[in-house]
Write a protein that binds this ligand. Structure first.
Ligand code: FAD
Length: 289
């Protein structure tokens, strides 16, 4: 089922994001977690794509497994900056062979290796290039990423939102946001995108903080702002991992409750492959939906 149909009927659409097992670990390792995720009845589950396509086969196989074994609609992430046109077409065939109808079309991070050689010609410089290519196929429902605080490389938010509005016009069916910890960023940026003519449904990306080390990693990776109060509360619990986790779950729950009040169209939970955390959040918000 195309996710645009899900967004048309579910308010809000609830989704989980998972990542393929790292290294040589088999994908079956995920079955136990997927079993619990599926019992929570999300509207869809997205599967990330390792930097530079490092998890290509696993991403597609896991997405296929989610559909076949658990009857839940998968969303396969796909990045393009390191790929040639032929490579992207080979992945498109693979997606179709696994009956995957929904793709999150991403540029991906620019490789940091100074010796990395980009494909020539560079067909896919931005996510919008991939979106146009996928759209030609006429068989995918296409999602794209957006950054409530602006993408880390963009000179400013205004320019970044214009780029999001442009990729939305190239054939994007829905958007999923980067994680944020201050709802004001999400609410204001969605209002801005609406004023710019972006009408597609937008899911809010929620990352439950479950350990202190995670915070610096997140900040380095995407530049999300941590409200001073959040940092203060986490620091007072730093010596007790269970208290940090409980607080992180409650913080995520409160964020979602506030977003539901503001009429959000989707909640996308970055689960970090931890179904028990997702389970607690879903239980907490059950009566609010
Ligand atoms: P784009 O939309 O192409 O934007 C990238 C930058 O280029 C932005 O600064 C933008 O303002 C600028 N830009 C865009 N179009 C133009 C233009 N026409 N002219 C000039 N500048 C332009 N990464 C992974 O490797 N695997 C994943 O599975 C993955 N999943 C993600 C899921 C979500 C929900 C999100 C929010 C991010 C995810 N990422 C993933 C990270 C993402 O790949 C990076 O943030 C990447 O740096 C940007 O990808 P994008 O698709 O947003 O790029």
């Amino acid at each position: 089922m195309y996710l645009r149909q899900v967004y048309a009927t579910k308010h809000p659409a609830i989704s989980f994001e998972i990542f393929p097992p790292k290294g040589n670990y088999p994908i079956n390792q995920l079955l136990e977690q997927l079993e619990i995720f599926s019992q929570l009845k999300p509207d869809y589950i997205s599967v990330t794509y390792g930097a530079g396509g490092s998890t290509k086969d696993k991403t597609i196989k896991i997405a296929g497994m989610i559909k076949e074994n658990f009857q839940i609609e998968p969303l396969a992430h796909l990045t393009c900056i390191t790929s040639t046109k032929d490579q992207i077409h080979s992945i498109i065939s693979d997606l179709s062979n696994h009956d995957i109808e929904n793709v999150l079309a991403l540029r991906g991070d620019i490789p940091t290796d100074p010796n990395f050689v980009f494909p020539t010609p560079l067909h896919f410089e931005f996510a919008s290039d991939l979106i146009r290519e996928l759209r030609k196929e006429r068989k995918f429902c296409i999602g794209a990423a957006f950054y409530p605080e602006g993408h880390i490389e963009a000179p400013n938010r205004e320019i970044d939102f214009k780029n999001v509005a442009y990729k939305a016009k190239q054939g994007t069916d829905f958007l999923i946001s980067q994680m944020f910890f201050d709802n004001a960023y999400f609410i204001k940026s969605v209002k801005k995108l609406r004023e710019m003519g972006v009408n597609q449904p937008i899911s809010a990306g929620i990352m439950p903080i479950t350990n202190i080390k995670q915070i610096q990693r997140i900040a380095d990776l995407c530049g999300a702002t941590f409200p001073p109060n959040l940092l203060k509360e986490l620091k007072t619990r730093a010596d007790n991992p269970k208290h940090v986790e409980d607080f992180g779950i409650q913080y995520a729950t409160d964020q979602i409750a506030d977003l539901l009040n503001s009429g959000v169209e989707g909640i996308h939970i970055y689960t970090m492959n931890k179904p028990r955390i997702a389970e607690k959040i879903i239980q907490n918000i059950r009566n609010l939906r």
